[in-house]
Design a protein around this ligand. Structure first.
Ligand code: PMP
Length: 363
């Protein structure tokens, strides 16, 4: 028997490694491995999902019209320039398949979000990873990597897993220096957590240019990772392209209902941001007090640097023995680091205590 072969580049892709939810043999786990929101599902989204159960025999609104209107109202954007997806990953794939392809290079930073590499390679693009400086995208080096073949540049801002953030001014200068036929995708999955005032998620740049896209998600602060809803704000020509290629009913009935409800949940984003603004520095300070280097982060997570792969693996095993799941980031070229999501106040306490005990016993 002969098994049909995929395109050769497909077999060079390493499957995306998701944060696991369980530890075999452990009943209660503290899951801090996927940067999910600390507060669970917004109550109004829970009710909205229950309310549409009897409608799910029907297809969803393929254009997600009500959700786009709600997003436009919430963020002051033209709904006609918004496209929704099954998570922002869905939109990243569609952008790569539409603008990438053989002979059409994709550029990302060395420790950028791994889906850019997977989706770019899937599209048949050469994916160029540009070395970073201090775990932050080096925009000059990225510009230097641009060639006549470059068609797409991805920048996560803040970036996962490093947590680094690029100021609005630097991103605008970068855009201006890129050739106009290169699409810049600003991935702002963690935008709502940013507290620095020199930040722009991308709205200003999308408005000011014809070649910039901003992607966003309901998976983080909005507490709907399991519903799979993301969206992008894009120039009309990019919206036109995405509407041609995306799967026609890519956002399900409950997902659309939940997202609309979550947007309207009073004070939800503010509470999540405030919690994170207090607990992220507390988590970082707790790990630093234990003797662990922590990289600056503007997301709902921190990157703990254990300095060696062995120490990171040992810390991960120690945390697991206490039922705490964090994220190994060797796949991002950072095997000496562990990424820790900012959970509830109690979860932050538990993870600080575990890292402290680990460092004490490994001395
Ligand atoms: N971009 C970044 C930077 C992320 O960290 C994630 C989630 N891990 C995503 C995009 C994808 O999120 P989703 O598909 O759930 O919207």
């Amino acid at each position: 028997m002969t098994t049909p072969s995929p395109r050769p580049e497909i077999l060079t892709i390493h499957p995306y490694v998701a944060g696991v939810s369980e530890i075999p043999g452990v009943n209660r786990t503290v899951k801090l491995s996927s940067n999910e929101g600390a507060f669970g599902v917004p109550p109004s989204a829970r009710a909205a999902i229950a309310a549409v159960v009897s409608d799910v025999f029907r297809y969803p609104d393929g254009g997600a019209g009500a959700l786009r209107t709600a997003l436009g109202t919430r963020w002051g954007l033209d709904p006609a320039r918004i496209v929704c997806g099954a998570g922002s990953d869905d939109l990243i794939y569609q952008l790569c398949l539409s603008y990438g392809g053989p002979g059409r290079d994709v550029i990302m930073s060395e420790h950028g979000f791994s889906i850019y590499d997977i989706a770019g390679t899937y599209a048949g693009s050469r994916v160029i990873k540009v070395p970073e400086r201090n775990l932050t995208a080096d925009l000059d080096a990225m510009l230097a990597a641009v060639s006549a073949s470059t068609r797409l540049v991805f920048l996560a801002n803040p970036n996962n897993p490093t947590g680094s953030m690029l100021p609005a001014e630097d991103v605008a200068r970068f855009r201006a220096a890129l050739p106009p036929d290169v699409l810049l995708v600003l991935d702002a999955a963690y935008a709502e957590y940013v507290t620095r005032s020199d930040y722009d998620a991308g709205v200003k740049l999308v408005d000011a240019t014809d070649n910039t896209v901003m992607t966003r998600t309901f998976s983080k602060i909005f507490g709907l990772g399991g519903m799979r809803v993301g969206w992008c704000y894009a120039p009309p020509a990019v919206v036109d392209v995405l509407d041609r290629v995306r799967s026609p009913f890519n956002v399900s009935v409950p997902a659309q209902a939940a997202a609309i409800a979550a947007l309207a949940e009073p004070g939800w984003v503010e509470a999540g941001r405030e919690h994170n603004a207090v607990q992220r520095p507390r988590l970082a300070a707790g790990l630093e007090a234990a003797g662990i280097k922590v990289w600056p982060s503007e997301g709902n997570f921190v990157l703990a640097d254990l300095e060696t792969t062995e120490a990171a693996n040992a810390a991960d095993a120690f945390l697991r023995s206490r039922g705490i799941i964090v994220r190994k980031v060797g796949g991002y070229g950072l095997p000496q680091c562990l990424r820790v999501t900012v959970g509830t106040t109690e979860e932050v306490d538990l993870v600080i205590e575990a890292f402290t005990d680990f460092m004490r016993q490994s001395r």
